[in-house]
Design a protein around this ligand. Structure first.
Ligand code: SF4
Ligand code: SF4
Length: 146
């Protein structure tokens, strides 16, 4: 049952791959990169399709019709997606780390993830309501646990 322990990322089925996503919503936050230092900054400004109530994409299966620049995380591109948060399950497994203790695959629901502040639930501003991203820089999306 614990396919993430017995399979490499490349060996997983599409369904298993999708199950790895904890649904934290951090990847759906707008980010800024400093031109001079290349440093990455997270903001709490979410993509227009992200629901702040449950961190889900409201048009996930058709998301590229609405947001062409949305990135599909795959076994082929995970090595290049270093802007994903350290807590991201794909990033963790790619780097040889285990799933975190709060991951829905281990706990059976998203409750622990939300409780421990590892998701964006209730913490975002929709990008349609924001003018200057620099006013919304936050550090909490960088938080990681165990
Ligand atoms: S950061 Fe990673 S685990 Fe979290 S929602 Fe995005 S792809 Fe899924
Ligand atoms: S289109 Fe959906 S999955 Fe893509 S960034 Fe926006 S909310 Fe996230």
């Amino acid at each position: 049952m614990s396919f993430w322990l017995s399979k490499t990322l490349n060996e997983m089925t599409q369904d298993e791959w999708e199950q790895l996503c904890d649904g934290c919503g951090k990847c759906c936050l707008n980010k800024l990169i400093d031109d001079e230092t290349d440093k990455l900054y997270y903001t709490n400004v979410a993509c227009k399709l992200l629901s702040d109530k449950d961190c889900s994409c409201i048009h996930y299966s058709q998301r590229f019709d609405f947001v062409p620049q949305c990135t599909a995380v795959t076994p082929q591109n995970i090595a290049n997606l270093d802007w994903l948060p350290d807590s991201c399950a794909y990033r963790r497994l790619y780097l040889g780390r285990p799933l975190p203790s709060w991951h829905p695959l281990l706990t059976g629901s998203k409750k622990q993830m939300h409780k421990k502040g590892m998701s964006v639930k209730g913490r975002t501003v929709n990008e349609t309501r924001v003018r200057d991203l620099e006013d919304y820089i936050v550090i909490w999306p960088l938080q990681d646990m165990d």
